[in-house]
Design a protein around this ligand. Structure first.
Ligand code: C2E
Ligand code: CA
Ligand code: CA
Ligand code: CA
Length: 279
């Protein structure tokens, strides 16, 4: 067993099996990653379907592991959630995004809205609104340049608390988006019970929208509903021209997907910002 209890790490004991050993080392790796600056944010543009201009971007975390190379979030976010360490990672993401928004402001880029993903554990923190407010103040940026993406699974957990939290976040000027819309089981109820600025149509609907009449009908219905409710609609996972053409026709507000760009590191994303429009 490794005896490094002194510096605050858990000590591995031989009674743990291999799986828990892996999880154990993994959790330590995550802590190290944060300390040693191994996380990086990539930015994927959101493009206005009317003007073809970049109007926003989603920040997506990457882990540059010294041995494994680039680790996608699907490989580590759930483990970070298991241990609760996602709280620290989430705060790092928030600070990093706000700092980046300030840098872009100072460098003279036209302002765009940057969104980031929240974990359920973050939204359930009782001091989350205070945390966001403090970070906005520290970074000296307006909350209106920030948007938080949450999924339905989170809000169903503690409805009335989460509903209040969403309202308080919005009072800071920060937008709140419902991510992966359509995949949950009470999506329509959620639109009634929570005040969202934006819904993001899940990629699973977008994938076959140009081949499948049912998908198309559902998307059309949601877009029209959102218009009535004055909610902004973003389609994610747009990969083909045909999908874009259709989404334009249905008057979807914004598009995000490989068709325009994959998520990019800051410098590459900035090049796109300079050109401003993508195609
Ligand atoms: P998400 O929030 O649904 O993010 C969209 C995912 O779709 C991203 O995967 C993005 O790279 C991918 N994507 C974008 N355009 C396309 C496309 O045209 N086709 C396809 N097939 N995929 C596309 P990524 O970056 O691997 O992130 C996966 C998930 O990890 C995210 O799903 C989100 O749930 C989570 N995640 C990422 N960053 C963070 C973070 O900072 N905090 C938290 N809590 N979760 C994060
Ligand atoms: Ca998202
Ligand atoms: Ca999504
Ligand atoms: Ca997702």
């Amino acid at each position: 067993a490794k005896d490094n209890g002194k510096n605050g790490f858990q000590v591995f004991t031989p009674t743990m099996n291999i799986k828990s050993y892996k999880t154990f080392t993994f959790q330590n790796d995550l802590r190290k990653a944060l300390k040693q600056d191994q996380f990086e944010l990539y930015y994927q543009p959101k493009v206005c379907t009317r003007t073809n201009k970049i109007v926003g971007a989603e920040a997506l975390i990457r882990w540059k592991h010294p041995e494994w190379g680039m680790v996608p979030p699907s490989e580590f976010i759930f483990l970070a959630e298991e241990s609760g360490f996602i709280i620290q990672i989430g705060e790092w993401v928030l600070r990093n995004v706000c700092r980046q928004i300030k840098l872009w402001e100072q460098e003279g880029f036209e302002p765009i809205i940057i969104s980031l993903n929240f974990s359920v554990l973050q939204i359930l923190q009782t001091d989350i609104v205070q945390t966001i407010s403090t970070i906005l103040e520290d970074s000296k940026i307006s909350g209106t340049l920030l948007e938080i993406e949450i999924t339905e699974s989170m809000i169903l957990e503690k409805e009335s608390e989460v509903s209040n939290t969403i309202d308080e976040i919005r009072q800071l000027g920060v937008g709140v988006a419902l991510d992966d819309f359509g995949t949950g089981y009470s999506s329509l109820g959620s639109l009634r019970n929570f005040n969202f600025d934006t819904i993001k149509l899940d990629k699973s609907f977008i994938r076959d929208i140009h081949h499948n009449e049912e998908s198309k009908a559902i998307i059309k219905f949601i877009i029209n509903l959102a218009r009535e409710l004055k909610i902004n609609v973003v389609a994610e996972g747009v990969e083909y021209e045909e999908q874009l053409t259709l989404l334009r026709h249905l008057e979807c507000d914004e598009i995000q997907g490989y068709l325009f760009s994959r998520p990019k590191p800051v410098e590459e994303f900035e090049k796109m910002l300079v050109e401003k429009s993508v195609s």
